[in-house]
Ligand binder design. Sequence first.
Ligand SMILES: *[C@@H]1O[C@H](CO)[C@@H](O)[C@H](O)[C@H]1NC(C)=O
Ligand SMILES: *[C@@H]1O[C@H](CO)[C@@H](O)[C@H](O)[C@H]1NC(C)=O
Ligand SMILES: *[C@@H]1O[C@H](CO)[C@@H](O)[C@H](O)[C@H]1NC(C)=O
Length: 387
Amino acid sequence: MLFFHTTFLLLAGLLGTSVSAAPTNNTYLSIAHKVANSMNDHYLDRTSGVYENQWWNSANDLTALADLAIIDPSFEATAQPIIHTAFEQAPLSQGIATFENAWYDDEGWWALLWISMYDLTKDAIYLNEAESLFKDMAASWPTPCGGGIWWDRAQTYIASIANELFLSVAAHLANRTPNRDDKASYTNWAMKEVDWFDHANLINEFGDVIDGIDLNGCTRNHTDVFTYNQGVILGGLVELSKATGDASLLPKAQAIADAAIRNLTNTDGILLEKGTKDQGAAFAQFKGIFIRNLQQLHSVAPKPSYANFIRHNADSIINNAMNHEDYLIAPNWQGPFRDPNMGAQGAGLDALVSAASLSNKRDEVPVDTNSAGRVNQNPLARIRDLT
Ligand SMILES: *[C@@H]1O[C@H](CO)[C@@H](O)[C@H](O)[C@H]1NC(C)=O
Ligand SMILES: *[C@@H]1O[C@H](CO)[C@@H](O)[C@H](O)[C@H]1NC(C)=O
Ligand SMILES: *[C@@H]1O[C@H](CO)[C@@H](O)[C@H](O)[C@H]1NC(C)=O
């Protein structure tokens, strides 16, 4: 704690700001460092780069580390070797030869990590790995439902998440590949996925993204609504709008983001995972994925409500869901601090990194103080607390 206060006062002093009740960007950044270090101290296997033996969740925790290093170069020397160890050792630790496994969504999470690692290092080995994972995902197109990719190699389910990841990886690659033909091909895949997603009717009239479709009749079936399904598509549409110059993709993303902020929050504007009571690492990860992608949307199509939402949720994590002795984070962002795990830790880190990066953006919009967090005024949209 002493170190934290000293650092904070020093930064505040250097910037000539005064210490206020609401955390500043430097506060978020300083806490993000502590949360990241705590994540590595408590959950990371340093020989494999995997957290608590969790596969796709580890890709997300590592992405949060990469994102922190991208906004703060002083963290690069910590993040890079850990992520590179995962690059070399993670599959072997699971008894598989490569990052290709039986689930296409898992491949998508790892591909997005290698893209973040490429952004951080500009080393083509990571971009190549993302491209080869994308190729494997693309080989699963089409399903019998008019397009789309399968959730799994065994072809048991068509999930929104695998398709959102396919869109996001394609669009990210389109903006990074040095080859013009490859750019056209990735862009084309991303546009095909967006069309298919509409055609498959995976978004309902309230803007909720449905979890997946039933093979019998290709209709909506698994009606659960999860925060990560509301999130990954945002980053995909942002990257596709950059690749094509098609700005009409951004209001489409905003409608999906607004639906989550309206519908998947408690009355205090804190993000909730309504589709499950499970507070384990897997589901705890989802909310961070939403916030990380919301921040990407905000960086190109800013709205005061997005900046407020990100800060308000980060503040709630700090005040209600974080243990201030060892910086562990609980799954429920509204608190209390209980049952921390590696997924909740990575999700909390996503929120803190997103809050810390807001104020660094030149396109930052003024904070609308009356509505800070109070985004859920519709009584119909109020939801039962999960606990
Ligand atoms: C999905 O469809 C299957 C097969 O038609 C059915 O057995 C199952 O109950 C459905 N699940 C949901 C959540 O609707
Ligand atoms: C904090 O925000 C200020 C003002 O937007 C910006 O100049 C500064 O770079 C930010 N600092 C950090 C460490 O985020
Ligand atoms: C979203 O809001 C609408 C309208 O209030 C409601 O009918 C729907 O069930 C909500 N969805 C979720 C996932 O809560």
